[in-house]
Design a binder for this molecule. Structure first.
Ligand SMILES: [Zn+2]
Length: 660
């Protein structure tokens, strides 16, 4: 490396008489050494003489790291990168051969005040970096969006006029990072806008030509001037909008619908409205229906593949209470009771489909809110071989189920599909020689040949009591719906030690955190070590619609930071993965149904002493990797990508920093 600081273009402009008074230092850093951290206030400026440094954005919520830009010889870290001088927006990491001359920030401030040559050079560099910033992010040249698949749901979150005025198009939104294409140089206020429309915390912009912008805007936002704006917003709803539904409900109560002063005609209207709401949900493949009273009427939301979508048409205020009452009648609830939460069930027949629904009702400020959970056996009861895509994970899980006793836990946050996995494990164990008992709250499915017990604390039937009472019935397998308190944890683990195979769920972020969660609940570490035979952790990803899937290019800069093992090499700078374009079968969303991604840890004899002792999280993980009894979620996600089951966007959403 050249040790003369004045070969740096910014310093080369300094007048000779000014040079002598400066306190220069030289640094050279190893590869991956940290130059500065995001948000750090720098007390010096690095004028890069040789090598380069990466500007890395780390998403706080997902832990995904993305290389945003590179600073190389002639650039300076601490000047042009910050929100203000001296504050870096990114983690800056040295590449091999990084060498820089450093100057205290106070000296730099002095130069900016006193040396017009220096100030001009700095401003020119800042200007150059700013205009290059957009270009550099994805490629050195303009992004070609002709092959980009736009997500209509994402586009719909912006008023078309805003996109037109700003000349920007949203490309992706994942893990807090909004990716946009911009035809304008002026992106002032873009971050605040993206936060407003998408709740984005960071924005990454690619440049596109004004011509491309116009074309894409016409196609994606205006739809060639065809249907109006309202229709664009509700692409997912368009095909059920005008449909009429005939449904048959199995009425469990003799109570008449709310007839306060309603005529028969109104009664028929209300029956029709309720049928339409439920029928649409079944057609759309929704998992839940929310009926939410508001001053302006009854809002209806459908949960599609985990996402709540507002039905564009709300029920008028005048009919709102009667529509909810209709639901209460069909679910066997007391319609005169409006101040207490109630639970019920209903069965609906729609064509050949017979679907069970679990209904709950809670009073809110503007009236009663109702949630109908659609229990669809085809998505709920899945064979283990179909549920688990990875052979390695499948074999590991089957190994656990072959154990005569011990505890298998399924971890994950609420709504991650843990119950489906537990039912799947249960079905894998089920045969006429095995006695299976469950304690659940609520019982999701009634299964033949299995003794299912509903938890009922009001009569003293709580999980720990049930688990302790079960052995008298001689069960081989005990299913505990959820291990959520210390007593249940203790009872379940003890049952595992005394000759029963226990399967349960636990609210924990990953497999390693599960052992710590049990310790937090006050369970003795040696009991955990000896009773636990395996832990699965899971997340749900949206499945690519097989009907409209197409191959899409993803730049290395988006994929490489996820460090996914087992995915094929990129072609040049691009990886090829599958993504849905949107069609009638997927409600124009490109995704249809969901798939679980697993992480699995089998507790071997070698791991037991580590769990019994107070070994650190990372240590446990290192041993598990070495022993080959652990499959990471990254590895599993790679399998799902390779099989075109899901998209990189979905994968990036679930990768958590604590798994690393
Ligand atoms: Zn489709």
């Amino acid at each position: 490396m050249d040790r003369d600081p004045y070969v740096h273009p910014l310093l080369g402009v300094l007048p000779r008489e000014r040079r002598g008074a400066l306190g220069f230092g030289l640094v050279s850093l190893n590869e991956d050494a940290c130059v500065c951290e995001a948000g750090e206030e720098l007390d010096r400026v690095f004028f890069i003489l040789g090598g380069s440094a990466r500007l890395v954005h780390r998403d706080a919520s997902s832990g995904v790291r993305m290389v945003m830009d590179t600073a190389s010889a002639g650039d300076a870290v601490g000047l042009e990168l910050g929100d203000g001088p001296g504050i870096s927006r990114f983690d800056v990491l040295a590449d091999a051969g990084f060498g820089a001359v450093v100057l205290p920030m106070d000296d730099v401030r002095g130069l900016l005040n006193e040396c017009p040559e220096f100030t001009r050079a700095v401003l020119a560099l800042v200007e150059k970096k700013r205009s290059m910033f957009l270009d550099r992010l994805l490629a050195a040249k303009e992004l070609d969006v002709s092959r980009v698949v736009f997500d209509p749901a994402l586009v719909e979150r912006f008023p078309p006029q805003y996109l037109l005025n700003k000349r920007v198009l949203p490309l992706a939104f994942q893990a807090g990072l909004a990716t946009i294409a911009a035809a304008s140089q002026d992106l002032g206020g873009i971050e605040a806008d993206m936060q407003r429309y998408l709740t984005a915390q960071r924005v990454m912009a690619y440049r596109i030509s004004p011509k491309q912008f116009d074309r894409v805007y016409m196609e994606q936002v205006q739809k060639k001037g065809g249907p109006g704006r309202m229709d664009d917003q509700v692409a997912w709803y368009r095909h059920v909008k005008a449909k009429e539904y005939t449904l048959a409900f199995e009425v469990t109560s003799e109570t008449k619908p709310d007839t306060d002063s309603k005529s028969d005609l109104d009664g028929a209207v209300i029956v029709g409205m309720f049928n339409k709401i439920v029928g649409e949900a079944l057609d759309l493949g929704a998992s839940d229906i929310h009926l939410e009273p508001n001053p302006g009427g009854l809002d209806v939301r459908y949960r599609l593949d985990g996402e709540l979508l507002l039905r564009p048409e709300r029920v008028q205020s005048a009919y709102a209470p009667a529509v909810v009452s209709r639901g209460k009648v069909l679910a066997g609830m007391d319609i005169s009771e409006r101040r207490r939460p109630q639970d019920g069930r209903m069965t609906v027949t729609y064509g050949r489909r017979v679907v069970d629904m679990r209904v709950s009702c809670v009073p809110t400020r503007f009236g009663e809110k109702m949630v109908l959970r659609i229990l669809d056996p085809t998505t709920m009861l899945i064979e283990l071989d179909q549920l688990v895509a990875s052979r390695k994970v499948r074999d590991s899980v089957k190994g656990m189920l072959e154990q005569p006793c011990g505890v298998v836990l399924v971890a994950g946050p609420t709504g991650s599909g843990k119950t489906t996995t537990v039912y799947s494990l249960l079905m894998a164990k089920k045969n006429e020689y095995v006695n299976i008992m469950t304690i659940e709250d609520p019982i999701e499915y009634v299964l033949r040949g299995i003794t299912q017990v509903q938890r009922n604390p009001h009569v003293g039937l709580d999980c720990p009591h049930a688990i302790r009472a079960f052995p008298r019935k001689d069960p081989d397998v005990i299913i505990v719906g959820e291990t959520r308190d210390p007593e249940t944890a203790k009872a379940a683990l003890e049952a595992g030690l005394t000759g029963h195979l226990v399967i349960s769920t636990v609210h924990a972020n990953n497999v390693f955190a599960t052992a710590y969660r049990l310790k937090e609940m006050g369970t003795e570490p040696f009991i955990i070590a000896n009773s636990l035979i395996g832990v699965l952790s899971q997340r749900l990803l949206r499945r690519v619609c097989p009907n409209c899937a197409q191959t899409v290019q993803y730049h290395r800069r988006l994929i490489d930071p996820m460090e996914l093992p087992g995915i094929p090499e990129p072609l040049g700078d691009f990886y090829l993965f599958s993504k849905g374009k949107g069609c009638i079968h997927c409600n124009h969303r490109g995704y249809r149904g969901r798939v679980a991604a697993y992480e699995v840890l089998r507790i071997t004899d070698e791991l037991k002493p580590l769990i019994a002792s107070d070994v650190a999280f990372a240590e446990l993980q290192r041993h598990a990797v070495r022993l080959g009894c652990y499959v990471s979620m990254r590895e599993y996600a790679g399998i799902l990508l390779n099989s075109a089951t899901t998209t990189p966007e979905e994968v990036s959403r679930i990768l958590f920093v604590e798994n690393r």
